[in-house]
Design a protein. Structure first.
Lengths: 271, 376, 311
């Protein structure tokens, strides 16, 4: 009887997993289907795979858009991680004062900001400053959400460091900046990696701001995907290929942070 | 010239005062132990001396310098933490080297010091391990080594033996004392374990609720406790304390309590007062209540009645190797006596009627209201 | 937050390093303030003007806000947003809890399987939305194929108003059920196993066990899930934009999409700003309400589980 229960559990678990994996699997399958099979009715499950779609995508503008996404996400993450780590440490160690607590709460509330609320003023501002359609603009704007997220997440990691370690270092004659750099920071390596991964994922996935604040030069991958219909018509096969390429690093990052998934997700995402 | 001076030190956490107006001198090269229950303020004082907490009032001087507001790293003080606080991302060698890196020392000299400390603590073969790979005892030694590597004149210890098992505790105790002596450092050691305090200290500072209750050598604190708190805190098992009255019985005065009596100035013990007289300090307590304290090892037991002996019922016996602790009922109270197991075999075998006596010269008397010692 | 903790050594106000906390906090604060204060204030200002295509910005007071109350699109967007939020969040939580209960035992392989389940919530709604659009397509979509098989009729998901809204709810639920699953699973792992052992000794039924032991420990993670998902779903944009664009017609328009339309299709910037501010206010209200629930709930959880759990 117990055996039966276990089998049922496996069946249910596999079924549930299949449910959540199917669309992605179907997308991947579509990306290697010859054009004819993509649009076949009824849908085809057995076919001869081809990399045609991929070679078309690799030749297209999408690669440039991917590059933009990578650059913007990478630089914003690095920038936000630096400022965020400093601030998170500050809030963790000096956070007993009422004023400081309020400040922290304000920073955290930025996470709740709907991007739509900042799009219009940023649009006007960027146009006026001739920064419209630049990677720099997106990097800075993404940093609002990334810094906020980094502060929240890293503060939790810093809070977990036993205070005696820093006390010992202080007593030994190291100044507080050295204590931060050589004792606290190394101890939150996992937190830094986790935060970086989440920031990268969030920045790569962001759509609304990229859509409205870019035009040609700074177009990111999600916007590129959205414009697929415009450039490629109903080339779903190629879209599937582009989407698959886009999704692979994100899945990789997810696997990397699987141990801290709860932490990272409870503190949110952008947009 | 005292090495560490505390003047009217008050330390507050929020609105509560952990330490109130404490003044203390720790002499140069002295092993000073701050002893008391948790919450008594001893750790707060240690942390203030280290510089981890700023006192609300008062001053701290080390080696003649006012360090009250000084950054911990500028005080030339070393510390061994209760949980060792080893840097997990550095090897043992790294843990030793890190303090030295703050001291602007040449590489050669640094290596030299690390080698010396490793030799002193017999850790040469562990230098390249990480703290998580070491046993508790080894980690403790690394903590000691890291504190010694800078050769500071002052060493602070925050319950350094608390995490060790009983056997290791005793061994490490001895080595701590030896190191302190050999290196000639001034040590301030915080603990709640009074056996540890008695074993290690040159002077003990007994504290309760943010105040000092007594300062003295281990002998002084043990044999002449100033007040009830110290009397009962120091010594295992705790001192027996029983309420009684100083009353007259015919020509003699005695301390009479529920189920027991002690003749004041019994001839058998050779006291200074003549029978029939009351020693001068006790004069105020004639016909009044007073507290009698007697340590377990001073309680006398006999199988048969005798002068000054009163009946007691054996409750429980606790054999302790060559000794035995006998819990017995006297009046309504439990009294504990400690003695040689063979001599007291009569009590150990479940015989419920024995006879006990409290010799007056061994008695400690305390005022029932102020809890202060009454001298006789 | 840390009121009960003793002060850290860093706070002991050492003269020599008084500048350190400022050096830590100022860089991030300066950047954040510079980047946020301007747009927010500006946006508020613009929402009070008639800024639009070809029109000079003239102060019109609350006219933009007043216009909403008359604009049927606004009420439709509000309604759609609420419908989507309520249904999506509700189903996500229910499904997520079921999944968590299923996966809570560590049978071999379950860990790996659950990792697969976590992937959808990490992906861009663009990818997800667009691909579901493909699957829903009435001509060659695999889902349309199956629904035709099941119902015998040709079902056109994305071109019928009701079904389009349902489709969005389905996709959003699909993407975010893993989130509820994740939080609930984490919550389940905080239950001390001894409680279950004691319950089995006392022969409590499975339902009793769930109600009395498990549920109190789930209160907090579930509330957290509801809080975050509600805030996020109210802001929903990417998915709707890519799947239906708000259509057919206005059938699936949401508040964010409406703001987008005003601002970037009709160039009614003033109105767009006003809608944006409304969204901000709505979200702040939700946050406050749910935060106060969280506070009470954390206390209630602490009481009913006998543990002081402060976040």
């Amino acid at each position: 009887m117990a055996r039966l229960k276990v089998i049922l559990k496996y069946v249910a678990a596999l079924g549930a997993t299949a449910l959540f994996v199917f669309p992605l699997a179907w997308m991947f399958l579509t990306s290697v289907k010859p054009r004819v099979d993509v649009f076949a009715k009824p849908p085809v499950f057995i076919f001869t795979p081809t990399f045609d779609n991929y070679s078309r995508v690799l030749d297209s503008e999408f690669m440039l858009q991917l590059l933009n996404s990578a650059i913007i996400a990478g630089i914003s993450t690095a920038f936000s991680l630096t400022l965020g780590a400093l601030a998170a440490y500050g809030f963790s160690r000096y956070g007993r004062f009422k004023r400081v607590d309020n400040l922290l709460f304000w920073i955290l509330s930025l996470r709740m900001l709907p991007p739509i609320a900042v799009v219009v003023p940023f649009y006007i501002l960027l146009r006026w400053a001739h920064l419209f359609d630049t990677r720099f603009a997106l990097i800075m704007i993404y940093s609002i959400f990334n810094i906020s997220f980094a502060v929240w997440l890293l503060k939790g990691f810093f809070d977990e460091i036993p205070p005696q370690l820093e006390e010992s270092a202080m007593l030994e004659g190291h100044s507080p900046p050295v204590v931060f750099l050589r004792v606290a920071l190394p101890m939150v390596r996992a937190g830094l990696a986790t935060t970086a991964a989440f920031c990268l994922i969030q920045s790569l996935n962001e759509f609304l701001l990229a859509l409205l604040l870019t035009d040609v030069d700074a177009v990111t991958a999600p916007v590129g995907l959205a414009n697929f219909q415009r450039y490629f018509g109903l080339e779903w096969g190629q879209f599937a290929a582009a989407a698959t390429i886009f999704v692979v690093p994100i899945i990789l990052f997810t696997v990397l942070v699987r141990h801290h998934l709860v932490r990272g997700m409870s503190f949110g995402r952008m947009g | 010239m005292p090495d560490i001076e505390l003047r009217d030190l008050t330390i507050k956490y929020g609105a509560t005062a952990a330490v109130s107006g404490v003044s203390l001198d720790v002499l140069d090269r002295e092993y000073c132990v701050l002893l008391g229950p948790s919450g008594c303020g001893k750790t707060s004082i240690l942390r203030a001396v280290a510089g981890f907490v700023a006192p609300a009032a008062g001053a701290i001087h080390i080696g003649g310098r006012d360090v009250t507001r000084l950054y911990p790293g500028d005080r030339d003080v070393a510390m061994i933490f209760q949980d060792y606080a080893l840097y997990p991302h550095m090897t043992v060698r790294g843990n030793f080297a890190f303090p030295l890196q703050a001291m602007k020392m040449g590489r050669a000299e640094r290596e030299q010091r690390i080698r010396e400390v490793a030799q002193l603590l017999r850790m040469e073969d562990l230098l390249d391990r990480y703290p998580r790979e070491l046993s508790g005892g080894q980690q403790q030694r690394v903590a000691v080594g890291r504190a010694l590597v800078r050769r500071c004149p002052v060493l602070l210890l925050d319950e350094p033996l608390g995490n060790l098992d009983a056997k290791l505790r005793v061994e490490t105790r001895a080595s701590l004392k030896r190191i302190q002596r050999d290196l000639g450092v001034t040590a301030v050691h915080v603990t709640h374990d009074q056996i540890e305090a008695l074993a290690l200290a040159d002077r003990i500072v007994v504290m309760e609720e943010g105040e000092i209750r007594q300062i003295g050598s281990p002998e002084q604190v043990y044999e002449r406790p100033d007040n009830l708190f110290v009397a009962q805190f120091v010594g295992t098992p705790a001192m027996n304390v029983l309420p009684c009255r100083l009353t007259r019985e015919g020509e003699r005065w005695l301390l009479a309590g529920a189920g027991f009596h002690v003749h004041v100035g019994s001839a058998a013990a050779g006291s200074t007062a003549a029978p029939g007289c009351v020693p001068p300090p006790l004069a105020n307590y004639r016909d009044r209540a007073i507290l009698l304290g007697i340590r377990a090892e001073h309680v006398r037991l006999a199988p048969a009645p005798g002068p000054d002996y009163f009946p007691a019922q054996v409750y429980v016996t606790e054999p302790q190797g060559s000794e035995v602790i006998v819990d017995m009922q006297v009046g309504g109270e439990i009294v504990r006596a400690r003695g040689d197991k063979e001599e007291w075999a009569f009590a150990a075998q479940g015989q419920t009627e024995v006879y006990a006596a409290f010799p007056f010269p061994r008695a400690h008397l305390f005022d029932p209201d102020t809890h202060r010692r009454v001298e006789v | 937050m840390s009121a009960a903790a003793p002060p850290s050594a860093m706070q002991a106000a050492h003269q020599r390093y008084r500048w350190f906390p400022y050096a830590l906090l100022l860089p991030a604060l300066v950047v954040l303030v510079a980047l946020t204060i301007f747009p927010l204030v500006f946006s508020l200002g613009v929402s009070l003007t008639g800024y639009g295509l070809g029109r000079a910005a003239g102060f019109v007071g609350l006219a933009n806000y007043a216009q909403f109350l008359r604009d049927p699109s606004f009420w439709l967007a509000l309604r759609n947003t609420l419908v989507i939020t309520v249904f999506a969040v509700g189903i996500e939580i229910a499904l997520g809890v079921c999944l968590a209960l299923l996966f809570r035992e560590s049978l071999p392989g379950f860990r790996a399987l659950s990792l697969f389940i976590f992937i959808p919530m990490m992906l861009s709604p663009l990818v997800i939305g667009f691909f579901w659009k493909f699957m829903f397509d009435s001509t060659f979509g695999v889902l349309a194929y199956f629904t035709t098989l099941l119902t015998g009729r040709t079902v056109s998901w994305l071109t019928s108003p009701r079904l389009a809204l349902a489709a969005i709810i389905v996709v959003d639920t699909w993407q975010w059920t893993p989130f509820a699953f994740l939080l609930t699973l984490a919550g389940l792992q905080t239950v001390p196993p001894q409680l279950y052992e004691a319950a089995s000794l006392e022969r409590a039924s499975a339902w009793m066990r769930f109600r009395r032991i498990t549920l109190p420990y789930l209160r907090f993670p579930l509330l957290l899930a509801v809080l975050f998902r509600t805030i996020d779903t109210v802001r929903i944009f990417d998915l709707v934009y890519i799947m239906t664009g708000g259509g057919p017609g206005d059938a699936t328009i949401t508040l964010s999409v409406l703001a987008y339309r005003y601002g970037f299709q009709f160039y009614e910037v003033g109105r767009a700003a006003a809608v944006s501010w409304l969204i901000v206010v709505l979200i702040n209200l939700l946050v406050m309400v749910l935060l106060s629930f969280m506070g009470k709930s954390a206390a209630a959880t602490a009481r009913s589980t006998g543990s002081g759990r402060a976040r």
